[in-house]
Write a protein that binds this ligand. Sequence first.
Ligand code: ZN
Length: 343
Amino acid sequence: MKAIAKTRPAPGVEIVDVPEPTVGPGEVKIKLEAASVCGTDLHIYSWDDWAAGRIKPPRIIGHEFCGTIVEVGPDVTERAVGDFVASESHIVPRSSAYLQAGLGHVAPETSILGVDVDGGFADFVVVPVDNARPTSRSIPPKIASFQDALGNAVHTVNDGPVEGCDLLITGMGPIGLFSVAVAKALGAKRIVVTEVSPYRIGLAEQIGADVILNPATDDVDAALSRLAPDGFDGTLEMSGHPSSLPLAIRHTKPGGRISLLGVFPQNQQTVDLNALIFKGIRMQGIVGRKLWETWDQMGELFKTGKLNLDPVVTHQMHFTEFADAMELMKAGRAGKVVFTFDN
Ligand code: ZN
C-alpha cells in the first residue's frame, strides 16, 4: 500500500510503498475514505524542535481520518467489518486509572496516532478498537475525517454554559471556526470573534460569526467594551496569541469562564491575576477530547442537523499530493485540507 511517512530525522515526508498493517488482539483495520491535515502534521513535516524530540522515524503520519473497518482482531466484539468509523488520535490503555476516572484526555500514558505509532495517511491503518469511533453514514467522509479536531472544539465550547450566552472566541484557525459552528448549534445568543488573517476572516463570515473584529485594524478593546459593557459570559481562547489572554480577562464577566485551547509560543505569560480572582472567573485548560463524553456530545450535535461545517473544508486533494497541502497550510490559505483515497 501507499503511505506518507517521515523516513528520516529531517524536514519533509515521503510517499512510500509498504506492506499493509496486520491486525492484532484488540485492534481493527480500516480502509481509508478521507483524512484531514492538522497543524501537528505541519510541525512534523517542518521538523521543528517538538517534532525532532518526539518522532522516531520511520513513521507513517496522519491522525485525523475516517474509513470502513475491513478486519477485526480475534477478540474484538465492539466493532464489526463494514462499520464506518473515525479516528480518536489519543491512545489510552483501558487499564488507565485516569481513563477510568473520566480523565482519559489528560492521561500521562497517552500515545498518539501518527506521532508515536503509525497513523492514517495510508490506504489502510490499524488502530486499537476504542480509537475507531462509530460514525453515522449520514456524515460525509470529508466531514467525518476531522472529528478528532472538531472534538477539540466540542470539548472547549462545552466547558461552560452556551445556550443563550454571549461568547467571545479569539482566533479563527480551524478549531476556532469549528467552535463558532458548535456554539451556534448549541444555541449561543451571540458570537463575537477576533482574527487578523483576511483569509480566515472570510471563513469566519461564512461559518456565521455575528461580529468579527480584526486586532490589526480595529480597536478591539474599545469595541468589546461597547458590544458587551458587562463582559461576555464566556471566552474561548483559540489563538495562543499573548495579547488574547489579558483581553479575555478584561472582557469576561464576573463569574464567567475562560476556556484555553490555543497553545502560547512562550510558556510564561503575564496577566492580571487579581482581576481573575476578584471577578471570580474560572479559567480552564483544554486538551484533547473527553473519552468518551465529547464523542457522544459530537454524535448528538450531528443528529440535530444544525452543525454547518462545510465552509471550513476549503480544499480536497488526493493524499499523495501531500506537499501541496503543506504549502497551502504554511501560507495560511486553507481551512481544513481533506485528503481523498482510491476506492
Ligand atoms: Zn489534529
